[in-house]
Design a protein around this ligand. Structure first.
Ligand SMILES: Cc1cc2nc3c(=O)[nH]c(=O)nc-3n(C[C@H](O)[C@H](O)[C@H](O)COP(=O)(O)O)c2cc1C
Length: 352
């Protein structure tokens, strides 16, 4: 039997992980001596493709659990075994053996957070980059880092050229505005993206409430609203030391969980090395979705997304034979985030 206090400590660490749009789509259950991680029905993004983002989020939680277990004197082993369960789908089983060394990354679990401010653009030292690459390899994934100004410029353009689509198609727009928490009362729900974590002042809530109405967004898109939003994402990629792409060996549940574990582990390593990070989810997700579910886009959007593939793979040639996970940017922060994302109470994600 897993000690109840240890279970709570490890579940708490899992709950501190990154998740797509801060939806915290995970449930933790103690089963005999193991910790099961479930993907619940609620909290999945309706426009995700094959639960890619949700599974990456589960991988982030799993990695935090593994790292935290080491600080409690346990060596954790992870088995990905996706099965329907009473709590949605069980995705991973984490088992524990006594002993093993403490992973120093356990000390930065609390410090890691998304920072959406600009970062310094100075190139990171080779040993720092090497540690980020090793972090991905340690969990069976791979990261490719773009360090040169010209490369970050090119990937920034691709990101901007992708992200306007999220504002320009009604189902994608609806999903985006569903996860924004535009007032203090909405933020009190403890999930989703509040204004401060998005680096926005409180007054921005009024504007976002307006463009959250699809007819308004559609009119404003005609005069450049969506492209304006997306330009910000591209500029953020430029305002960094490097942009990384995480890829996995296989296009299945295990591959996406590995990408998530890599994202979290790289992020902890970056934090330990004094750097900030921000995932940039849209591009890898839409390049995947346009292949598997092109009907999720308008025909002209699908055609446009296909034109991004060649320049994308020119930047990341090793990704051609691998499974796309997620992009991120990393660098020394220009300041702490205006606000950190909240969490729902721990008990809401525990299965008793
Ligand atoms: C699969 C995935 C995709 C994400 N995509 C983005 C993104 O496109 N842009 C962004 O700013 N943050 C992105 N995030 C970061 C989450 O919004 C963030 O982890 C969540 O709000 C919790 O906040 P925290 O990381 O500060 O704990 C992503 C995270 C995950 C796991």
């Amino acid at each position: 039997m897993l000690d109840p206090e240890l279970f709570r400590t490890l579940a708490q660490a899992g709950h501190k992980a990154a998740s797509p749009d801060n939806l915290q789509a995970w449930r933790f259950e103690a089963v005999d001596g193991a910790l099961h991680v479930h993907l619940p029905r609620e909290g999945r993004l309706p426009t995700d493709v094959d639960d890619m983002f949700s599974l990456i989020g589960i991988g982030c939680a799993v990695e935090n659990i593994v790292v935290a277990a080491s600080a409690q004197g346990h060596t954790a082993s992870v088995t990905v075994d996706r099965q329907p369960s009473a709590h949605g789908e069980r995705i991973a089983i984490v088992t524990f053996a006594e002993g093993g060394e403490k992973d120093p990354l356990a000390d930065v679990i609390d410090r890691r957070c998304t920072n959406r401010k600009p970062y310094a653009t100075e190139r990171m030292a080779d040993d720092v980059a090497g540690r980020l690459e090793s972090a991905a390899a340690a969990v069976g994934a791979r990261v490719d880092l773009l360090h040169e100004d010209g490369e970050r410029d090119r990937v920034g353009s691709l990101i901007a050229d992708n992200d306007w689509i999220r504002m320009s198609h009604q189902p994608l727009h609806a999903e985006l505005f569903d996860i924004f928490r535009l007032s203090a009362a909405e933020a009190d729900r403890g999930d989703g993206l509040d204004l401060a974590s998005l680096e926005l002042p409180g007054a921005a809530g009024l504007f976002l409430r307006l463009v959250g109405k699809w007819p308004v967004a559609r009119v404003l898109n005609a005069i450049g609203l969506a492209k304006g939003f997306a330009k910000g994402s591209g500029d953020a990629a430029r305002a960094s030391a490097a942009v990384g792409l995480i890829t996995a060996d296989t296009p299945d549940t295990a591959g996406y969980v590995a990408s998530g574990r890599a994202l979290q582990r790289i992020w902890l390593q970056a934090a330990a090395d004094g750097m900030a990070m921000q995932p940039i989810g849209g591009l890898a997700q839409y390049l995947t979705k346009v292949e598997r579910e092109p009907e999720g886009f308008l025909p002209e959007q699908a055609a446009h997304l296909r034109t991004l593939k060649d320049p994308f793979y020119a930047l990341f040639p090793a990704a051609k034979d691998r499974t796309l996970g997620i992009l991120f940017r990393v660098g020394v922060e220009s300041g702490p985030p205006l606000g950190r994302s909240r969490r729902r109470p721990l008990d809401t994600v525990l299965v008793s």
